[in-house]
Ligand binder design. Structure first.
Ligand code: CDP
Ligand code: MG
Length: 721
C-alpha cells in the first residue's frame, strides 16, 4: 500500500498549515537520495536550467515575452478589437520566432519531427503557418489529437484566430460528430478518425499535410497511424508529414521515420518547486481537496490558479462537491474560488469556461483528468496538485479481459504535470506522494497503449485496408503477438474473418461501423433477426456509456423508482435501454419527460445523434431498417450474435462464472437484474472496481449459444448441472 491513513490530528484540522508537507527545494530533495538519484535529478527536473533562463531573457529583449504584453495599458487593449488582440497574442507564443525557420524545414523535408513544450503553440499555430504559406491550396491540412475534447477546443480556438466560423475553413471531426464542410482546409480530428478516413481514401489524397500531434501520447490509433502515414509518404512525395510531441524523446520518432530531422522549439519554463508528502496519503481525493483549499486560503488571491489532476469524471464531480461544501462553510472569509471541471465527456458549452480569464480577486481551481497534462493548456496556473494516479486501460490477452484501472502515473507524466505550473511564472507542484515513491515506485514512461489493449478493432480496420500480414506490420513498438492472435480469434469467432484470416462479407460490413467489433456484429446480425431498428437504438444507448440516469442525493428513492419502471418484467438492461429510448421518442424527444424520469437529456440527445448516424450506415451496408418491437427473443438473439463470447452462468454460491476462460464475476449493482440473478446471462462489458462486475446484463437461453455460435460453444458448455 502506497498510502497511509491520515492521523487523527490531520483529520481534525485539515487546515493545519504545511504540516503535511515536507518542503523540498529541488536541491534539498536530492541530498536525501545519494548519488544515483542525484544524476536522476538532472534528467528529471530540468525546470530551471540556465539555457532556459537565458532564453527567457532573450525573449524579453526581443519583445516577444508574454509578460511585456500584459503590461500594456488597459485602454490600449480595450481599443484593440478582439481579433487584433488574438493576432498579437499569436506573436507572443514561443513558436512565433521560429515561424520562418519551421516553414523552411517543412519545405526542405518531407517528414519532420517537431518537439516543444506544451503551450508553445504547436497545435494551434503550425497548421495556420502552413495555411498562410499556401499548403492549403494543394489540399487539406490535417492535425490529429488523441482526445476529442482537445480536437474540439483547439479547432474552436483556431477558427477564432483565423476569424472564420467553426466548421467552415477550420473544422473538427470526432467520432459521431463531423463539424467540417466542403470549405474546410484546416481540419482537427481525433487520431481514430483519421484512421477511419484511410478506409475511404487509402492515400489521403485530399490532404497536403498531415500532422500527427501529441505523438508522445502513443495512443493505439496514433501508433497505427505512424505505420500507415510512413507507408503512404513513400508513394506520395508531395505529402508533408509532421510528427509533433511534447517530450524530448524525439530520437525514437526520428529513428522510426528513417532519421527524419528533429525541429526543436525552445520552451519557456520557469522554476517549479516540487513538494512531496512526508508519508503516503490514504485518501488522495481528500488530500487533493485539502491541499487546494490550503493554497487558496494561505496565498493571496490573484497570484495564480490551481490545477488538480484527478482520474476521471466521477472523482472530479466528487471533488467539486466537497470543495463547494467546504468553501460554503468558510463563507465570505475567503476569496471566491471558481471551480472548473474538465474531462472527456464534459458538455461542449461548459468546456469554454476553463479558458475564461479569472476575474480579479478570485481564484480558479481546475479539476482535470490527464487531458490537462499535455493536450490542453490553461493559462494562469501557478499551483499543480498531483495525486500521482491516472485511469489506465489494461488488457489480459489470455482471458481477453479489458479493464480500466486507477494506476500510478509514470515519472514522465509526473514531470509533465509539474511543468504545467511553470508556464508563465515560477510555479509550485504538490505531489501527494513521497519522494521515495517518486524515485523508487514510478516507472520512467507509460507503456504505449498498443501493448495493453484489445486489438480486435484495429485488426479489423487494418484488414479492411488490405493489410493482412499483421505480424510484419511496421509497428514502432509491436503489440504482444498473443494480443494479435487473440484479436484474430475474436474476429474469427464473430465470422468477420475466415480461417485464412481474410475479411468476410460480414467483416466488411462490420468495418463500416465506428464501433467495437462485437457491437458491429450485433448490428449486422440484426438483419437476420429482422430487428435492426431496435438494435441500433440499443447500440447507440450502449455507446454513450453509463451517463443516462442521474440520481440526485435528495431524491434517490424517486430516481431509483423511475429507473425501475424501465426494468419492469425483468427484461434485462439492454431492453431497458431500448425502452428508455423508445419512450423518449414517443414523447417526441421531450426534455420535460427526461426530467420527470431522472434521465440526462444531454446523453439522450447524443444517443439520438449516434442512432441517426448508425441508421445512415445501415443503408450503406444494405441492411433495411426493420422494426420488430414485440419480439424480445429476436432482439436478444441479435445481441447474443455479437456478445456470445461474453456469457456467464450462475454458480451455487450466487456469483457468476464466465463460460469461456472461466472467471468469477458479479452482476453490477446498477443492473436491473442484480437481484433477479438469472441462471444464464450475457453482458456488455466487465468493469473491475472492488470486484469484477458485469455491466449491462441480459438473460439468455443457453441453447441460443449453441444455435448462434456452434463454432464457439458445444453442448457440454451449456449443459446445466
Ligand atoms: O500545442 P501546444 O501545446 O504547443 O500549444 P497550443 O495548444 O497551440 O497552445 C498555444 C496557446 O494557445 C496556449 O497558450 C493556450 O493558452 C492558447 N489556447 C487557448 O487559449 N485556447 C485553446 N482552446 C487552445 C489554446
Ligand atoms: Mg498541443
Amino acid at each position: 500500500q502506497r498510502y497511509r491513513d491520515p492521523t487523527a490530528e490531520e483529520k481534525m484540522n485539515p487546515f493545519a498549515e504545511q504540516e503535511a508537507w515536507e518542503e523540498h527545494q529541488i536541491g534539498k530533495a536530492t541530498l536525501k537520495f545519494g548519488s544515483k538519484n542525484r544524476k536522476e535529478k538532472h534528467d528529471d527536473f530540468d525546470f530551471v536550467f540556465e539555457d532556459q533562463i537565458e532564453f527567457i531573457q532573450a525573449a524579453v529583449m526581443d519583445g516577444v515575452n508574454v509578460e511585456q504584453n500584459s503590461i500594456e495599458s488597459v485602454e490600449e487593449s480595450a481599443a484593440k478589437s478582439a481579433f487584433e488582440k488574438l493576432q498579437s497574442d499569436r506573436k507572443t507564443l514561443p513558436i512565433y520566432p521560429y515561424r520562418e525557420e519551421l516553414l523552411q524545414a517543412v519545405h526542405d523535408h518531407q517528414v519532420l519531427v517537431i518537439v516543444g513544450e506544451t503551450g508553445s503553440g504547436k497545435t494551434t499555430q503550425i497548421p495556420q503557418y502552413l495555411h498562410e504559406a499556401g499548403y492549403s491550396q494543394r489540399g487539406k491540412i490535417g492535425c490529429t489529437q488523441p482526445r476529442r475534447v482537445a480536437a474540439m477546443s483547439v479547432a474552436a480556438r483556431v477558427s477564432q484566430e483565423m476569424g472564420v466560423k467553426l466548421g467552415h475553413e477550420v473544422g473538427y471531426s470526432i467520432r459521431f460528430e463531423d463539424c467540417t464542410s466542403e470549405k474546410t482546409i484546416v481540419k482537427y480530428m481525433t487520431d481514430g478518425m483519421l484512421l477511419r478516413e484511410f478506409l475511404g481514401e487509402p492515400d489521403l489524397a485530399s490532404y497536403s499535410v498531415v500532422m500527427v500531434d501529441e505523438a508522445h501520447e502513443r495512443t493505439l490509433s496514433t501508433d497505427i497511424l505512424f505505420g500507415l502515414v510512413k507507408d503512404i509518404a513513400r508513394f506520395r512525395p508531395d505529402l508533408k508529414l509532421l510528427i509533433s510531441s511534447a517530450t524530448l524523446d524525439a530520437e525514437k520518432f526520428s529513428d522510426y521515420f528513417d532519421s527524419a530531422p528533429i525541429f526543436k522549439i525552445p520552451g519557456r519554463r520557469f522554476p517549479v518547486d516540487i513538494h512531496y508528502t512526508k508519508a503516503p496519503e490514504a485518501d488522495y481525493l481528500d488530500a487533493a481537496v485539502v491541499t487546494a483549499l490550503q493554497i487558496h486560503v494561505t496565498q493571496p488571491p490573484g497570484d495564480g490558479d490551481i490545477l488538480v489532476f484527478l482520474t476521471g469524471q466521477e472523482e472530479i464531480e466528487m471533488a467539486e462537491e466537497i470543495l463547494k461544501h467546504r468553501t460554503r462553510g468558510l463563507g465570505t472569509k475567503i476569496a471566491e474560488l471558481i471551480i472548473c471541471p474538465i474531462y472527456a465527456n464534459l458538455p461542449t458549452e461548459l468546456q469554454a469556461k476553463i479558458f475564461e480569464p479569472t476575474p480579479e480577486g478570485a481564484r480558479k481551481v481546475v479539476l482535470a483528468t490527464n487531458i490537462a497534462e499535455t493536450s490542453l493548456t490553461i493559462d494562469g496556473i501557478k499551483y499543480v496538485i498531483d495525486p500521482g494516479f491516472c485511469k489506465m486501460k489494461s488488457y489480459n490477452p489470455r482471458t481477453g479481459m479489458e479493464s480500466l484501472l486507477v494506476t500510478p502515473i509514470s515519472k514522465a507524466s509526473a514531470n509533465q504535470r509539474a511543468g504545467r505550473s511553470g508556464r508563465t511564472g515560477p510555479g509550485k507542484c504538490f505531489r501527494l506522494y513521497t519522494a521515495y515513491n517518486y524515485y523508487n515506485d514510478l516507472d520512467d514512461n507509460t507503456i504505449p497503449e498498443i501493448q495493453r489493449t484489445n486489438l480486435a478493432n484495429v485488426v479489423l480496420s487494418l484488414k479492411s485496408l488490405g493489410i493482412n500480414d499483421l505480424l510484419n506490420f511496421d509497428f514502432m513498438d509491436p503489440p504482444p503477438s498473443e494480443a494479435l492472435l487473440k484479436a484474430l480469434e475474436l474476429l474469427y469467432a464473430l465470422s468477420a474473418v475466415n480461417k485464412h484470416g481474410e475479411l468476410t462479407k460480414a467483416g466488411r460490413r462490420m468495418a463500416e461501423f465506428p464501433l467495437d467489433p462485437m457491437l458491429s456484429k450485433m448490428i449486422v446480425a440484426s438483419d437476420k433477426y429482422q430487428c435492426s431498428d431496435e438494435i441500433i437504438s440499443i447500440a447507440a444507448m450502449l455507446s454513450i456509456g453509463n451517463s443516462i440516469f442521474y440520481r440526485p442525493k435528495d431524491k434517490q428513492v424517486h430516481a431509483d423508482n423511475a429507473r425501475l419502471n424501465f426494468h419492469m418484467g425483468n427484461v434485462g438492461d439492454h431492453i431497458a435501454l431500448l425502452k428508455v429510448y423508445s419512450s423518449w421518442k414517443e414523447t417526441n424527444f421531450s426534455t420535460q419527460w427526461c426530467y420527470e424520469n431522472y434521465i440526462q437529456v444531454r446523453s439522450m440527445k447524443r444517443a439520438r445523434d449516434i442512432r441517426d448516424q448508425l441508421e445512415g450506415l445501415l443503408e450503406r451496408v444494405e441492411i433495411e431498417l426493420t422494426p420488430n418491437p414485440n419480439d424480445m427473443d429476436s432482439i436478444k438473439k441479435a445481441i447474443t450474435s455479437g456478445f456470445f463470447p461474453h456469457s456467464a452462468r450462475l454458480q451455487k454460491n450466487g456469483s457468476y462464472r464466465t463460460v469461456k476462460h472461466p472467471q468469477t464475476v458479479q452482476i453490477h449493482p446498477s443492473s436491473g437484474l442484480a437481484q433477479v440473478r438469472p441462471r444464464w446471462v450475457i453482458y456488455h462489458e466487465l468493469v473491475l472496481t472492488t470486484k469484477e462486475y458485469m455491466r449491462q446484463v441480459t438473460e439468455l437461453k443457453p441453447e441460443w449459444l449453441v444455435e448462434i455460435a456452434p463454432h464457439y460453444y458445444q453442448l457440454k458448455d451449456v449443459e446445466d448441472g
